[in-house]
Design a protein around this ligand. Structure first.
Ligand code: PEP
Length: 300
């Protein structure tokens, strides 16, 4: 159970924030509440139901397990997760386990409200690409989603914008729903180049694409680091991406596209991020590896 303490109020004060947004389940210590009041900082509860009231795009929470979980871990995690989120009907939920667990996960998730995705795919139909996997293999294993261009694929495995584009075309051709990841490095942000990087990644990645695809904005400096973009930083980046999407598709279509935020999202910060107009969900790494935390993120 997360508790908002004095230190949280002090860091909000130091960041010049006048409002702290929390999910209803989060406690606030009496001293923290008093301190917030003395600094004129409002503590506001926000839950996913508020999004529905405002007719916002349907929330989408996706878990990227990365290179974690054996088959037996997968059985445990998904068996624990399923009943915890079975009543979260107003949220689209997806998990992306490692390839070795996909078929097993598909069996466990059959008939549930959790969709299945993969973490990557190759753009060729088949052939001599040792260690790679095709879109057909993923659909046959039960996947309906695939993550494309995750920053770890870009950083460690040479995934370029051109490859993102090729993978995206193949995924769409095969009926997979892609989540295209974009995001700047720390030096890009510090050098004031965030929007330039996002423009390049989005326009090159989506070149020649007419189908609407889900985007994940994941500032690289916030992935697995415990540092989260502030809700305002996330919303600014998402708004900019939506403007790019309006040019690529049309302003009406851009309004339909979900842009997820990724980067150290957890039960304690999910509400303030999802309260933002342009943030339509989350791509969750670390917090998706434990059923309790992932379900708290889903059901904030
Ligand atoms: C990710 O893997 O896409 C991610 C956002 O990881 P984390 O939530 O651990 O930062």
């Amino acid at each position: 159970m997360r508790i908002i303490k004095y230190v949280d109020i002090m860091s909000a004060k130091n960041e010049g924030r006048k409002k702290i947004i929390i999910s209803p389940g989060i406690m606030v210590s009496p001293y923290a509440r008093e301190t917030a009041r003395s600094f004129g900082i409002d503590i506001v509860e926000y839950s996913r139901n508020k999004r529905e009231e405002k007719n916002m795009r349907k929330l989408f929470i996706a878990g990227n397990w990365k290179m974690n979980k054996t088959n037996s871990d997968t059985v445990k995690l998904l068996s624990d997760l399923k009943p915890r989120v079975s009543d979260a009907g107003e949220v689209d939920i997806m998990v992306a386990p490692p390839y070795t667990s996909l078929t097993l996960a598909a069996e466990i998730l059959s008939g549930s409200n959790i969709m299945l995705g993969a973490q990557n795919m190759h753009h060729e139909e088949s052939g001599a690409y040792t260690g790679e996997i095709t879109a057909d293999m993923l659909t046959e294993a039960g996947c309906s989603w695939v993550i494309i261009g995750h920053s770890e694929r870009r950083k460690y495995f040479g995934c370029t914008d051109e490859l993102v584009n090729k993978k995206l075309k193949k995924a769409l051709q095969k009926g997979l729903n892609p989540i295209v990841c974009v995001g700047e490095q720390l030096e890009d942000r510090e050098g004031g180049n965030t929007f330039e990087v996002l423009r390049r990644q989005v326009t090159k990645g989506l070149e020649g694409i007419t189908d609407l695809v889900t985007i994940a904005y994941e500032p690289v400096w916030a992935i697995g680091t415990g540092k989260t973009a502030s809700p305002e930083q996330a919303d600014d980046a998402h708004k900019f991406i939506r403007e790019l999407l309006a040019d690529i598709y049309s302003p009406e279509d851009a309004e339909k596209i979900r842009i997820l935020y990724g980067g150290s999202v957890k039960p304690g910060n999910v509400a303030e991020l999802m309260a933002k107009e342009n943030v339509d969900g989350g791509l969750i790494g670390g917090a998706s590896l434990v059923a309790e935390t992932f379900s708290q993120v889903v059901k904030f």
